[in-house]
Ligand binder design. Structure first.
Ligand code: GCW
Length: 705
């Protein structure tokens, strides 16, 4: 008997522990505090569906509402057939005014709540809106909300390979188990879909942009169809990456030339086959002629030729092509910053109307801080979608806590000036600036088989933030942090909430300071991109290395993007050129992106450039230390395992912040040869020491020493 009790206790304690270790993400809908229920939500008794026409999404919405409200409120909330008091009424009204197809209104009057939408998907989002509000213990009496997503296609991009490795993934293996599909459907697929739906994400690209043609093979399409069947009831469409050379690799053709009739026929047949299996298939994401991937340029055709070939047969099914603008090649004799703009902008107006061009937030590659990509605003006739990275390839990867919503907000609020002051990137991608008929946003996922999906608990906040900003790119990052914190730390302790919000709010700036202050960029180690590598130069890579980007010598540092240099600045609107191109008006944050600056040049702070660089690196380390101190102070308020995991990651972050600071300053000092400012501490070692500290290089890249 004793053993049985013990075994039971053990199992129970495991469940408790797991339950609190983040598997349920921000949707851990456990029973609320009894007082909160009594004062705010006691009136809720049941659910009435005033419109009887059921479909998969509506059925699922009912389940989501009954299960989760029952759990949050600690009583049984059922679907009723008759009108009663204390009901949540769901109504589909095709003619509802002022809401979009996925939008909803939520109103409450006299102890009743009404969710109205044009479609069942709108009701699903309305249901989650309500559940999440209750979960955060927010007031719902007398509310009147009308919400519609501002962007149509809100899509996660998984860089997941079919062998389950994840390119730039730091949270375990891919959650998609291609081997076991379609027979075995891991329950996690449904949990993943629910988490996405709860924040408004409505699409997922299952496979890596560095694509494998096999995903288009019949047996793999069956696997994709199984996932599509699970995701559909959550309003989520599936997409695949299309390898441009698939007609050769799978179809046995001699060419993949987009103007070749046989190639076109192959794609048409393939697309017909896909829609037979997946009637609501979303379409393709394509990386072509970039980093060695095949593409239309292999046949002297352009990006529009390639995209339109796929778009044509997709069109009759309502499918779209997301054609990536992240193109650069070492063979092209042009600065990397400028290549995408030069290849795409002349094609404006030539893409089919179901093509979106997907542009990374900045001109280089997901650096800790980049100016916005100059293509935003430059293609009024081509819908541009924004690609953000949620996985932190260049921002400390799996370990560092960096509240990415701040970075996303910075990009979305950047002013392109193309239609006058205030034409922000948000206004480009939500279609208002150029009246795009189709809109989209993508986030490169940070999700893996880690128990809590993201490894670092705070990585969940980045996934959450992406969903919220995809729904409404004008949201304030701080409010997003507050929501996530309230949903994640359900005891609502003020001190804990303040600390969580503080960490999220200050960590991006801290990370930029200890990695790439003052507009430094691309100074990481090569290959895996982890840790500092400002010394990486062209000895084993022809171009575009750290040294190319900072060009530090005895006199100056920075990249001249003005007419005196690469003239990349000319790709921006004249007003932006004026702002960034003038040494005095260029914000310090972007300084070395656009200017070569003498070490002794005085900055706004009164310090010269060298002093400011040292100051910023130090500031980054100080902040990283402060992050850990703040977290230490909430030990008694957080479940033990969660506390320990976050703390240990912060220890790593602090250590690595110091590593970045010391390595970069040792290196830059070896260039500037200036003394460290009084009161600052010189790095304890010579550059050589830090070079050797680098992580092992990726296969195929030989270290220099
Ligand atoms: O950021 C770089 C990454 C590659 C990635 C590429 C891309 C999927 O280092 O791993 O490939 O960008 O976005 O295509």
């Amino acid at each position: 008997m004793k053993q049985i009790v013990f075994a039971f206790l053990l199992i129970f304690s495991q469940i408790q522990l797991f339950g609190q270790s983040g598997y349920n993400l921000w949707t851990d809908y456990k029973k609320l505090d009894a007082n909160v229920i009594a004062t705010e939500y006691n009136f809720i008794n049941s659910i009435l569906v005033s419109n009887t026409k059921d479909d998969e999404v509506l059925n699922n919405t009912k389940t989501i509402l009954t299960q989760n409200l029952s759990s949050l409120l600690g009583k049984s909330i059922k679907i009723e057939k008759q009108k009663k008091t204390g009901q949540i009424t769901l109504t589909i009204n095709k003619n509802a005014l002022n809401i979009g197809n996925e939008g909803f209104t939520l109103t409450s009057t006299n102890n009743a709540l009404n969710i109205e939408a044009k479609t069942s998907t709108g009701l699903l989002y309305g249901a989650f809106y309500l559940i999440n509000k209750i979960h955060r213990s927010e007031k719902i009496k007398n509310i009147k909300v009308s919400e519609s997503p501002k962007i149509q296609n809100r899509i996660l991009n998984h860089w997941d390979n079919i062998d389950r490795t994840v390119e730039r993934g730091y949270a375990g293996f891919s959650i998609f188990n291609w081997h076991e599909l379609p027979e075995y459907e891991d329950p996690r697929y449904e949990d993943y879909a629910m988490a996405n739906a709860s924040i408004g994400i409505n699409g997922t690209v299952l496979t890596n942009v560095n694509a494998n043609a096999i995903v288009l093979r019949a047996d793999y399409l069956d696997k994709t169809a199984a996932l599509a069947n699970i995701f559909r009831k959550y309003g989520i469409k599936v997409y695949l990456t299309a390898r441009f050379s698939a007609p050769i690799e799978l179809g046995g053709l001699k060419t993949a030339d987009p103007l070749d009739p046989q190639v076109r026929l192959w794609w048409k047949n393939k697309i017909d086959e896909i829609y037979q299996k997946i009637p609501d298939f979303g379409g393709f994401l394509v990386k072509a002629n970039s980093e060695g991937q095949p593409g239309p340029q292999d046949y002297k055709r352009n990006h529009a030729d390639g995209a339109n070939m796929l778009a044509e047969p997709l069109k009759k099914y309502g499918g779209i092509v997301m054609w990536r603008a992240f193109v650069y090649s070492h063979e092209v004799n042009e600065d990397r910053f400028k290549q995408a703009y030069k290849e795409f902008v002349p094609l404006d107006g030539q893409f089919a109307d179901n093509v979106l061009v997907q542009v990374k937030n900045g001109p280089i590659d997901f650096q800790p801080r980049e100016p916005f990509h100059p293509m935003f605003g430059a293609m009024p006739k081509t819908p541009l979608m924004l690609e953000l990275q949620i996985t932190k390839e260049y921002l400390g990867q799996g370990t560092h806590l960096v509240g990415l919503a701040k970075m996303y907000e910075e990009i979305l609020q950047s002013d392109t000036h193309v239609k006058g002051k205030g034409t922000t990137v948000a206004k480009i991608i939500d279609g208002t600036a150029h009246d795009y008929k189709i809109t989209g946003i993508a986030g490169v996922a940070n999700i893996g088989t880690a128990f809590n999906s993201t490894g670092n608990l705070f990585g969940q906040a980045d996934w959450y933030a992406f969903g919220k900003l995809a729904w409404n790119p004008y949201l304030d990052a701080r409010n997003i942090f507050k929501e996530w914190t309230a949903a994640t730390f359900p005891n609502r302790n003020k001190k804990l909430s303040d600390v969580s919000n503080w960490l999220l709010e200050h960590s991006h700036e801290a990370c930029v300071s200890y990695m790439t202050p003052l507009g430094l960029h691309h100074i990481m180690a090569e290959g895996h991109h982890f840790g500092p590598g400002p010394w990486v130069d062209s000895l084993f890579r022809a171009d575009w290395t750290s040294v190319y980007y900072h060009k530090a010598n005895k006199d100056s540092i920075g990249f001249d993007s003005k007419i005196t240099g690469t003239n990349a600045l000319s790709q921006f609107h004249p007003d932006v050129q004026k702002l960034y191109g003038n040494l005095n008006s260029c914000p310090d944050e972007y300084l070395l992106w656009f200017h070569r600056v003498p070490w002794t040049h005085p900055l706004k702070s009164g310090r010269n450039l060298w002093e400011e660089l040292v100051f910023r690196y130090d500031q980054g380390v100080t902040k990283a230390r402060e992050m850990k101190t703040k977290w230490d102070a909430v030990e008694s308020l957080v479940e033990k395992e969660t506390f320990r995991s976050v703390r240990d990651h912060l220890i790593i972050q602090q250590k690595e912040a110091q590593w970045w600071r010391d390595a970069c300053l040792a290196y830059f000092q070896s260039r500037s040869q200036l003394a460290f400012p009084v009161g600052t501490i010189a790095p304890p070692h010579e550059v050589q020491y830090y070079k050797k500290l680098s992580y092992p290089y990726s296969p195929g890249i030989k270290p220099k020493w």
